[in-house]
Design a protein around this ligand. Structure first.
Ligand SMILES: *[C@@H]1O[C@H](CO)[C@@H](O)[C@H](O)[C@H]1NC(C)=O
Length: 170
């Protein structure tokens, strides 16, 4: 098969997958169906960076946002851990709580600070994430960034002003 054929096939398969997913939800499949570890499809798509449109479709079908693993890592923590910005944006648009803490008290912003996810950190501060929340070691996201040696990220967190909130919103 030539390149052209492969490209057409790719587009067709993608469309078919897209329609099938929607169809399952239309047929009444619960978007909150949990696997053996009590994790939802939404959680998995954020974790493995599934197609962002799939993430959005689940959210539109009222998928619950509050699933977490045994260490209280929620969807937004995973999005920030792996720098899945589009998933993060969808989660926030559909009301994900930016203040939620994992079992060590770390918020999504703390996690960006640890894993050097600048793009996600920027999204969080622009959307108004509270920078003063402390983890259970009494560290703010700024302090965590310094400890991790992520100085640019620390600067970004420190320099963000309340008045900047909404600046990048369109
Ligand atoms: C909570 O998040 C921090 C930052 O990523 C991580 O180092 C810590 O291990 C997490 N806590 C648990 C209990 O998983």
């Amino acid at each position: 098969m030539g390149n052209m054929g492969a490209a057409i096939l790719f587009v067709l398969v993608r469309r078919l997958l897209h329609e099938t997913r929607g169809a399952l939800l239309d047929l009444g499949a619960s978007p909150d169906y949990k696997d053996s570890q009590s994790l939802t499809p939404l959680y998995h798509t954020v974790l493995v960076e599934g197609d962002p449109s799939c993430c959005e479709m689940l959210l539109r079908a009222h998928a619950t946002i509050s699933c977490h693993d045994e260490n209280s890592w929620h969807e937004i923590h995973q999005a920030c851990r792996y720098g899945h910005v589009q998933h993060l944006e969808h989660l926030l648009f559909y009301g994900a709580d930016m203040g939620v803490q994992n079992a060590s008290g770390n918020t999504a912003l703390h996690i960006c600070a640890v894993y050097k996810q600048e793009h996600c950190a920027r999204v969080l501060v622009v959307r108004g994430a509270n920078k003063e929340v402390k983890n259970y070691r009494s560290q703010t996201p700024f302090q965590v960034a310094i400890i991790a040696g992520n100085f640019e990220l620390a600067e970004l967190i420190k320099n963000h002003k309340e008045t900047d909130i909404g600046k990048l919103l369109n």
